[in-house]
Design a protein around this ligand. Structure first.
Ligand SMILES: [Zn+2]
Length: 77
């Protein structure tokens, strides 16, 4: 039976979440104050929240919200 975890307000299946976090940890992230792409918004690769013109983290074509960056990628052990 699948376990769901609350991540930044979204219910995400545990195994799927762990795979997304592992992927996110393999990237180098750059902090940005807002997106500079032509789309009106992008989605965090971990929790899928919509990211528009706000602080976020970017790596090539992938985006990460500040919540997921601080909780999963740059978490203080
Ligand atoms: Zn996120």
């Amino acid at each position: 039976m699948a376990e769901y975890v609350d991540v930044n307000g979204a219910q995400i299946e545990q195994g799927f979440l762990e795979a997304n976090i592992a992927e996110a940890r393999s990237y180098d992230w750059v902090r940005t104050d807002g997106m500079d792409v032509t789309d009106d918004h992008v989605h965090c690769i971990v929790c899928f929240v919509a990211i528009a013109r706000q602080e976020a983290y970017r790596s090539e074509s992938a985006w990460l919200c500040t919540y997921c960056y601080s909780h999963f990628v740059n978490a203080k052990a």
